[in-house]
Design a protein around this ligand. Structure first.
Ligand SMILES: C[S@@+](CC[C@H](N)C(=O)[O-])C[C@H]1O[C@@H](n2cnc3c(N)ncnc32)[C@H](O)[C@@H]1O
Length: 395
């Protein structure tokens, strides 16, 4: 049963669907078994027709629904979505928030439109949703022979699908317009999930066959990936059983490194900087380097560092912010995003960078040095791996 404020929220959703101002709605509620349930409805601007994509945390894939205000409202107003604990409606003119305090008293308020300027036109050209029937997904064991996602790989599938969507959103135009073969490098590729997915995506959109390489120190995964690439006739894709060489430049336009362990992420970023890559997509993994150094230092964050768990998290954040500042200091525009839901991986933060001559490099480096001093560490693998590069660029 919905309360008055939930009803008002739902009616506003319906009105936005009907008058064409709807962008997205997200609900957090509890299913009958008491488990958290999250559902989202997003407008997808199609070729001839607009759709709504629906996703929830129980399903591996999003679904396309007709943009029909009445039936969508029925779905939103029924369990397990309603009664919801929080709701967010984004329209082109305002956002509407529903929340409950600890005493379960409901609150409804409006704020400025957060999606007003979001360009959804790209969907018109792309029409690319990761298709679970792609043969490489079966070869990697993510899907079965019918192309259905294997239950234990739901999380992996969502991770791959989200990643492809990020690539499409951020660099789709580059991929379709490039006249030369696009060179992609996946460092610490593991079983190659993202290497296959990104190669397959680029191949489906680019004008010429891309050149993609996955690199990993594990021999067994490299053999498996090369066999699969051969079986699928993926001629531009190869896997190499080598260690990341941060000081040896490569031909690379798009550099990927997802969860490369500890400072292997810094090796990957250093290699990208040295190779003058156009784009970075990097999700750092476990990090030990900075945490180990600030244990005995006089950090400005001593109050935080008194609590071991908080110190560890703080060190992770400092490590990544330093990476971002160092990338900026070499002329990259950088952003952080959450590339998949926390329930799939706790390491869900991605650092995405693109070469941008307008970035204030000197300021970024000064900011890095300041953070290094206040955090109280002396070594950062990315700084050390790129010291010669900085010296050369300053000369
Ligand atoms: C956690 S797995 C991630 C695999 C893959 N990127 C993914 O997201 O599914 C990290 C991988 O990085 C590889 N790795 C770690 N250090 C490396 C290095 N210095 N050079 C190459 N590979 C490395 C490991 O062997 C492992 O396969």
């Amino acid at each position: 049963m919905a309360n008055d404020k939930q009803l008002e929220f739902l009616q506003t959703c319906e009105a936005a669907l009907l008058d064409g101002t709807f962008k997205r709605a997200v609900f957090n509620s509890r299913a009958e078994d008491g488990k958290k349930f999250r559902a989202s409805f997003d407008l997808l601007v199609g070729g001839k027709k607009n759709f709504i994509t629906y996703a929830d945390n129980n399903s591996a894939e999003s679904r396309r629904l007709e943009l029909d205000g009445k039936s969508l409202l029925e779905m939103m107003a029924a369990p397990p979505i309603t009664p919801f604990r929080t709701g967010l409606l984004c329209t082109s003119s305002f956002d509407l928030h529903y929340s409950e305090n600890r005493k379960l008293q409901p609150r409804l308020y409006r704020s400025k439109a957060s999606m007003k300027n979001v360009d959804q036109q790209h969907n018109r050209a792309k029409n690319y949703v990761l298709d679970s029937k792609r043969p490489y997904l079966q070869g990697l064991g993510v899907t079965n022979a019918k192309g259905d996602v294997v239950k234990k790989h739901y999380g992996k599938f969502r991770q791959i699908a989200n990643f492809v969507e990020i690539i499409d959103r951020d660099i789709g135009t580059f991929v379709t317009e490039a006249k030369d073969p696009i060179s992609m490098l996946d460092l610490g590729c593991g079983k190659g999930y993202l290497t296959f997915a990104t190669y397959d995506y680029i191949r489906s959109r680019a004008q010429v066959e891309p050149r993609a390489r996955g690199i990993d120190i594990k021999t067994n995964v490299i053999d498996l990936c090369n066999n699969l690439a051969g079986n699928l006739n993926f001629t531009g894709l190869e896997f190499q059983n080598v260690r990341i060489q941060p000081k040896t430049p490569q031909d690379v336009d798009i550099l990927i490194a997802l969860h490369a362990c500890d400072t292997a992420t810094d090796d990957a970023l250093a290699l990208g900087l040295r190779s003058n890559t156009q784009y970075f997509f990097c999700a750092p993994c476990c990090q030990a380097e900075i945490a180990a150094q600030i244990s005995t230092s006089n950090s400005d964050f001593d109050l935080v560092n008194r609590f071991a768990l908080m110190k560890r998290r703080q060190a992770d954040i400092i490590t990544d912010v330093c990476r971002a500042l160092l990338l900026q200091s070499f002329g990259y525009d950088v952003k952080f995003l959450e590339f998949t839901a926390l329930e799939h991986t706790s390491k869900n933060v991605m650092l995405a960078g693109r070469r941008d001559a307008s970035v204030d490099r000197e300021k970024a480096y000064a900011d890095y040095l300041q953070l290094k001093q206040s955090a109280g560490f002396s070594h950062h693998a990315l700084e050390e791996n790129t010291a010669d590069l900085r010296a050369n660029s300053a000369a």
